[in-house]
Design a protein around this ligand. Structure first.
Ligand SMILES: [Zn+2]
Length: 451
């Protein structure tokens, strides 16, 4: 990412070359000359750095360019404010968006495609007027992302086989949950790719369609004006679908139609805002659905988080002096958890007893070697290379269904699932830390979550 500064300086130097047009002379509408070179440079460097989002932000004295890589924002370049207008205009031209002053007072959405290196990329652009000018956020969508397959998402073999059994059902509802940017779409797309076959009619309703998948009927709900997921879903059901993907269930009406579809011979998949896999059930009930309907329809739930993945080339192992800690614990009758900062807070707040235990067990185990990040040429000095999903996969058993109908608490539902050998998000996170995929620091937030 350091290279971009040097290359940009070269572009500026070229400004003094009489053979080329200067910044001042650049035609902002056609984007000719240096502006177009600058935008190309930003896009190419973003791709080279594995950027997911590019931010172009105006400030008083300069314009800042930041790249989000593996979930973390890095400042990569500051350029004179005067260049901002041209760069913003060039990007808007690429998206066929109006560049006049009046239009620029409103936020706008656009999209363009470009071939960078060997690969084709889609760039989803959103403009946002600020006091100092327009800010632009660009989501980088690699066509390759839409082709991700199920065993490439980082699920451990046990969870993967559970998920395969769930999506092997002819009907029922599969729910994926997690915060924004936790990889829900990637998981759902990988399931679609897995199911994709000429024998099945797969229809999606998305907001927006992120990646196009060959052979699947994708509908972008945003392009339909005032169409909602609910009305779109009614239309989808008239298309004789086998598998339906609904981008997200946000309201009771959509939830009701989705549930009904899933119990009348369709495999329905969706995402919902909830923290844990079983929390999805509670969320549906809180939306106003009957418990017996939920218990009957939901066949599986996946909770997930995304964590930066350690660069294999430069990560280094370290071990925690557990023997010393354990001796102290025994002597003073203390919990080993108390010596671990994350667990300490959690214990103080009375949260996640089980998680703390699992964490302590992992550390106490003889193989408790963890890894830390360093940084090398391969990973652009960040110490990370991509991100890895942390998962919790629940297949709904008879016992769980009964408990849902009886209306037992979330804690009790989780207890039932745990007895069945269900691995929580925290357990999956610890396992991945032990495998050297992630650092303990990066999974703290997951360990601190309840359940
Ligand atoms: Zn590295």
């Amino acid at each position: 990412m350091k290279v971009i500064k040097e290359k940009y300086a070269q572009l500026i130097a070229a400004q003094n070359d009489p053979k080329r047009s200067s910044w001042a002379g650049v035609n902002s509408v056609t984007g000719a000359g240096l502006t177009s070179d600058a935008v190309n440079l930003i896009l190419a460097e973003a791709i080279a750095a594995r950027t997911s989002d590019i931010h172009i932000e105006p400030f008083q004295d300069m314009m800042r360019i930041r790249f989000r890589v593996d979930g973390i924002l890095y400042e990569v370049l500051n350029v004179p404010h005067a260049h901002n207008v041209n760069i913003v205009a060039r990007i808007k031209v690429l998206c066929n968006l109006p560049t006049d002053a009046i239009a620029s007072r409103k936020p706008m959405d656009g999209r363009f495609s470009a071939k960078i290196g060997k690969d084709e990329f889609d760039f989803r652009v959103a403009t946002f007027p600020t006091l100092l000018g327009e800010k632009i956020a660009i989501r980088v969508l690699s066509k390759k992302h839409g082709q991700v397959n199920l065993n490439g998402i980082g699920m451990n073999p046990e969870d993967l086989s559970k998920l395969e059994r769930i999506i092997g059902c002819d009907n029922g509802l599969l729910i994926v949950c997690g915060p924004t940017g936790s990889g829900k779409t990637t998981t759902l797309y990988s399931v679609l790719n897995y199911l994709h076959s000429p024998r099945l009619n797969i229809v999606t309703l998305e907001d927006p369609v992120e990646y196009q998948i060959y052979g699947i009927n994708q509908c972008d709900i945003r392009k339909k004006g005032d169409e909602s997921f609910a009305s779109g879903l009614k239309a989808v059901l008239r298309q004789d679908p086998d598998v339906i993907l609904i981008g997200e269930v946000r309201d009771l009406e959509t939830a009701e139609i989705a549930i009904r579809a899933s119990i009348t011979g369709h495999l329905v998949m969706t995402s919902i805002h909830a923290n844990s896999a079983l929390g999805t059930v509670v969320r549906l009930v809180n939306m106003g659905l009957e418990r017996y309907m939920v218990s009957y329809a939901v066949i599986g739930a996946v909770a997930q988080r995304l964590v930066p993945q350690l660069c294999e080339k430069c990560r280094s192992p370290y071990s925690i002096e557990t023997s010393t800690l354990r001796a102290l614990c025994e002597q003073f009758d203390l919990d080993l958890n108390l010596f671990l900062p994350a667990a300490q807070t959690a214990v103080r707040e009375g949260k996640m007893r089980e998680v703390g235990q699992a964490y302590a067990e992992a550390i106490a185990a003889s193989t408790a070697t963890f890894y830390k990040k360093n940084g090398c040429e391969h990973c652009n000095g960040t110490g990370y290379m991509g991100r890895v999903g942390i998962f919790e996969v629940i297949m709904f058993s008879e016992e769980l269904r009964d408990a849902i109908v009886r209306g037992v608490s979330l804690t009790d539902l989780e207890e039932i699932a745990r007895k069945k050998g269900n691995r929580s998000l925290a357990m999956d996170a610890i396992e991945k830390a032990k495998l050297g995929l992630v650092t303990i620091d990066d999974i703290y937030p997951i360990l601190l979550e309840k359940g």
